[in-house]
Write a protein that binds this ligand. Structure first.
Ligand SMILES: C[S@@+](CC[C@H](N)C(=O)[O-])C[C@H]1O[C@@H](n2cnc3c(N)ncnc32)[C@H](O)[C@@H]1O
Length: 287
């Protein structure tokens, strides 16, 4: 992990936060951009998607890795300028569309992006929920508070726990506001996300059912959560997962739920309900 303080461009009094009606803040630190790209180590065989390419601060160095790059930008003026500027890059495709509806590839891909903060949650939902394709690795610049919520040891909501149980989500570094132009009022963070080995369908269903039961009844012990989710009692497997039957649900880390789901599935414990009851879904959506 880098220890040097990220350098932004030299700061002057003219750089103080100013009204910015477009709400767009461009990365202006080569050190941050390089670190972001290096975190995913794109190679020529890779497909990399960048959401919100703006004026290409990340796109241009991304194309130099030799990977195939798809830059997704909603603003037609930004997209047009980027196409013109990087006209000679045969490995780049600029797509003018909304990141929230861009169809994600089914095959292997990476994401490298400084994402528009207004769509952080909806974009992460698309990237980290099964359904479409999910990235093998993602290097993202996100708002600082959002990064902290995503990386707490015991996430606050069932949805965050579901993501953290299936992906390693690491807060790599703070990205101070002065690394952007214009300077925003909040700091940002560099996140690194890596997909864990994929779960079987049964493991996924058991994991989801347990997480939802846990977040509906956070004071319950793990034993009750397992019973609510699978209809069985498995104290031996709870112990094997490094928990005790009485461990409170709101102290259990996502990786521990994942381990327990693996053990329960391997020993043939079915989940009780389908993927998710309506009440659980409502709770999971609360953010
Ligand atoms: C934070 S800026 C990042 C720009 C550039 N990547 C950089 O780091 O300098 C976000 C960019 O996302 C674009 N954008 C905003 N909402 C979007 C959406 N829903 N889909 C795709 N692009 C979007 C904006 O036009 C802007 O160019």
């Amino acid at each position: 992990m880098p220890s040097r303080k990220p350098r932004g461009p030299r700061r002057t009094t003219r750089d103080a936060p100013r009204p910015n009606p477009s709400g767009v803040h461009f990365l202006a630190s080569n050190q941050i951009i390089d670190g972001l790209i290096r975190s995913c180590a794109p190679a020529p065989a890779d497909l990399v998607i960048e959401f919100g390419s703006g004026n290409g601060a990340i796109t241009a160095p991304l194309t130099r890795t030799g990977a195939r790059v798809i830059a997704v930008e909603r603003d037609p003026a930004f997209a047009r300028k980027l196409r013109t500027r990087l006209d000679d890059k045969e490995n780049l495709r600029v797509v003018t569309t909304d990141a929230r509806t861009f169809p994600l590839p089914r095959k292997d891909f990476l994401v490298v992006a400084s994402i528009p903060y207004s769509i952080s949650t909806s974009l992460l939902r698309r990237l980290l929920n099964p359904g479409g394709g999910t990235p093998r690795k993602a290097g993202l610049i996100v708002e600082w508070g959002f990064a902290k919520r995503l990386t707490t040891a015991v996430p606050r909501t069932a949805e965050l726990a579901w993501w953290a149980a299936r992906f390693d989500i690491t807060l790599v570094r703070k990205v101070p506001a002065h690394c952007f132009r214009p300077i925003p009022s909040v700091d940002s963070a560099q996140l690194f996300i890596e997909r864990k080995p994929q779960l079987s369908k049964g493991e996924g269903r058991t994991l989801r059912a347990m997480i939802e039961a846990a977040y509906l009844s956070p004071r319950h012990g793990v034993r009750n959560v397992v019973t609510a989710a699978t209809g069985t009692r498995s104290p031996r497997l709870v112990l094997a997962a490094g928990l005790t039957p009485g461990t409170r649900a709101d102290t259990v880390k996502p990786a521990q739920w994942a381990r327990l789901a693996h053990l329960l599935t391997a020993h043939g414990e079915p989940q009780r309900s389908g993927d998710c009851s309506p009440a659980c879904s409502r709770q999971a959506r609360k953010r």
